[in-house]
Design a protein. Sequence first.
Length: 94
Amino acid sequence: MRRPFGEPTEVPDIIINEDVRAYIHERGCDFRVCTSCGGPILLPTSIKQPKSTDIRITVGDHDLYVSRYQVKWIQTIDMKMVPRYFGYGPSDEY
C-alpha cells in the first residue's frame, strides 16, 4: 500500500542551478531542502539535519537532502530557496 506522499527510492529529476552548486561548494557543507511557512527553503544540515526519509542528491563533494514532502513538487532548486539572512537572495523593496 502506498503512503500519501509515497516512498521515493530513486533520485528525482530535479535541476540544481549552477549558482546553487557554487553556493554549496563555497559553503563547504551539506544542505537540506525542507518545508517552511514561506515554501521550500535551503538550509545547511548543521541547522536542519536530514531525516531518514529524505532523498539524497550528490552535488560535487557534498550532499543535498530533499524532504520527501517537497520532492514531489520541486523541479528546480535555485537561489530563491536560500534565506536572505545567509547573505543571499533579493532584499525587500518596501
